[in-house]
Design a protein around this ligand. Structure first.
Ligand code: NAD
Length: 295
């Protein structure tokens, strides 16, 4: 099988497939990213075209819509990867992208006799490493059944959201909520700390009270509260502010198109945009607490 896009998420996902006994041919534009996966037994491919040769299943984990569209459909006259993938192949795209892009690529794939599903994930880099991701799948029941044995090696929860693109819609609803709750959690901790409270004690109080949420459980934005959270590692790795900004933008695009009211989602997008402009786009999104802390 082929795996393309070996970043913070794709790298550990590819390693889990390889460890489960699938012979993974791995490709990324970054040689370092490829080397990490090869060190765990995968084979390095020279290009995306090389990776998919002979593959019955292809998994992609790329940053955004434009990367997925350019890879599969081509760009500036260059042919897309669909031309190199054999009919009958299953393509699982786990990137978080616009539902419309998933549908566009799926339509072209279908015309070439290729099964394409969207299967974005939740669970962070910790979930990718542990193989406990949640998959939100858009596609037919038969396509999901084909994907199941592979998804099970990377995740613990697999949901069928609906037809192709529906996984992406579920994903942006979830990430809009996550973006909002990380800002809210950061605000509450910053207020407590400004009043002299110990961030660990305050976080534990809120975790066990009605404010309890995923950030307080696993991903505290204050350094030193959770040893393995990006906040305790200089906000390195994890889920980049610019990726969160992308997802909140996708949610707002959708809200505009459907005339939905998402005031907090819009405000959260503006906060992460300001945080990115201030130079924190490459840091984990929980660094948004820096916007809210007293100097
Ligand atoms: P990342 O930036 O760490 O990795 C993306 C990788 O894709 C990079 O290594 C890059 O070199 C590679 N790439 C880009 N274009 C390529 C191409 N044409 N061919 C081959 N490789 C290419 O990003 P990530 O954190 O792994 O996130 C990937 C996707 O997963 C995003 O859509 C993100 O929104 C989503 N996601 C991330 C997290 C998280 O916690 N990091 C959680 C859930 C979902």
């Amino acid at each position: 099988m082929a795996f393309i896009g070996l970043g913070n998420m794709g790298g550990p996902m590819a390693i889990n497939l390889q460890k489960a006994g699938h012979a993974v041919r791995a490709f990324d534009l970054s040689k370092e990213a490829v080397a990490k996966v090869v060190a765990e037994g995968a084979t390095a491919a020279f290009s995306a075209q090389d990776a998919v040769q002979g593959a019955k299943v292809v998994v992609t984990m790329l940053p955004a819509s434009q990367h997925v569209e350019a890879l599969f459909l081509g760009k500036d006259g260059a042919p897309g990867l669909l031309a190199s993938i054999a009919p009958g192949t299953l393509v699982i795209d786990s990137s978080t992208i616009a539902a419309a892009t998933s549908q566009k690529v799926a339509k072209a794939a279908d015309a070439a006799g290729i099964d394409f599903i969207d299967a974005p994930v939740s669970g962070g880099t910790g979930g990718a490493i542990a193989g406990t991701l949640t998959f939100m799948v858009g596609g037919t029941t038969a396509q999901l059944e084909r994907a199941q044995p592979y998804l099970e090696k990377m995740g613990a929860n697999i949901f069928h959201a609906g037809a192709v693109g529906a996984g992406q819609t579920a994903k942006i609803c979830n990430n809009m909520l996550l973006g909002i709750l990380m800002v809210g959690t950061s605000e509450a901790i910053a207020l407590g700390v400004a009043n002299g409270l110990d961030p660990k004690v305050l976080s534990e109080i809120m975790r066990r009270s009605s404010g309890g949420n995923w950030a307080l459980e696993k991903y505290n934005p204050f350094p030193g509260v959770h040893e393995n959270a990006p906040a305790s590692k200089g906000y390195a790795g994890g889920f980049g502010t610019d990726l969160m900004l992308k997802d909140l933008g996708l949610a707002q695009d959708n809200a505009i198109a459907t005339k939905a009211s998402t005031p907090l989602g819009g405000m959260a997008r503006a906060i992460y945009a300001a945080h990115s402009i201030a130079g924190h786009g490459g840091e984990d999104f929980s660094s948004v607490i820096k916007m809210l802390q007293k100097p």
